[in-house]
Write a protein that binds this ligand. Structure first.
Ligand code: 13P
Length: 251
């Protein structure tokens, strides 16, 4: 019922030509995949060139961030409208690296989500607790605050394109994946929150994906969990062989 989605977050890696080369290889390797949404998120500067490379393939393009306005005097920022113009279908919003390094707040993230949705793009909202918060037994409180604050007053109708990524900060780039049970528990908690905030239909239809050291070795176990609908992959998405295996849930 929920179509799986595997998204590669390339972060600040790969020049324009390197990005196009990786995208070209993925197009060739994944040409038989039609039952999974495959998404890649290169750096801003490579987006339109990669969009050209992806033409005619089913791989979709994401940006890693956006600014919640259309156009104007916002030096250095890029709006969802301009991302759409560059060929994007998705936008990652509220990644923990932006929350930590750039002090992004839930209120600002909410403005971005609203703008992404009204522009007709699909947001991937990232939420997740730090190691310290988990150790202090604050995981549920953090997820509740980030989810409620990020979604703000988005209506049930506006939730249709939403993807939520649970990315425990302690598992990002550390090689420490959440166990299948830990990830499933968090995903179930998020789905229950969606039911409380909206209704059971929204809870049942919203895709919740896991991020944090996803590799070919652990993807199959994660994908077997009832409430895990895909993955947001960092490091392993930069290697064509690894990402292709992840998309196939293969070791
Ligand atoms: P890693 O897969 O490198 O841990 O990164 C996860 C991530 O932050 C994806 O957005």
């Amino acid at each position: 019922m929920r179509k799986p989605i595997i998204a590669g977050n390339w972060k600040l890696h790969k020049t324009i030509s390197e990005s196009c080369e990786l995208a070209t290889q993925l197009v060739a390797d994944l040409s038989d995949i039609d039952d999974i949404d495959v998404v890649i998120a290169p750096v801003f500067t490579a987006l339109s060139a990669v969009a050209e490379t992806l033409k005619g393939s089913s791989i979709q393009l994401a940006a890693q961030n956006c600014f919640p306005e259309t156009s104007g005097a916002f030096t250095g920022e890029v709006s969802p409208d301009f991302l759409q113009d560059a060929g994007c279908n998705y936008v990652i919003v509220g990644h923990s690296e932006r929350r930590q390094l750039l002090n992004e707040t839930d209120a600002f993230i909410n403005q971005k989500l609203l703008k992404v949705i009204t522009t007709g793009l699909k947001p991937i909202l990232c939420i997740g607790e730090t190691l310290q918060q988990r150790q202090n037994d604050q995981m549920q409180e953090v997820l509740r605050t980030q989810l409620k604050g990020g979604l703000g007053n988005l209506s049930a109708a506006q939730m249709a394109p939403m993807v939520i990524a649970y990315e425990p900060v302690w598992a990002i780039g550390t090689g420490k994946t959440a166990t299948n049970d830990q990830a499933q528990e968090a995903h179930r908690f998020i789905r229950n929150l969606l039911q409380q905030i909206y209704n059971s239909e929204i809870a049942a239809q919203t895709r919740i994906i896991y991020g944090g050291s996803v590799k070919p070795d652990n993807v199959a176990g994660l994908m077997q969990q009832e409430d895990i609908d895909g993955a947001l992959v960092g490091g392993a998405s930069l290697k064509v062989a690894d990402f292709s295996r992840i998309v196939r849930f293969e070791k």
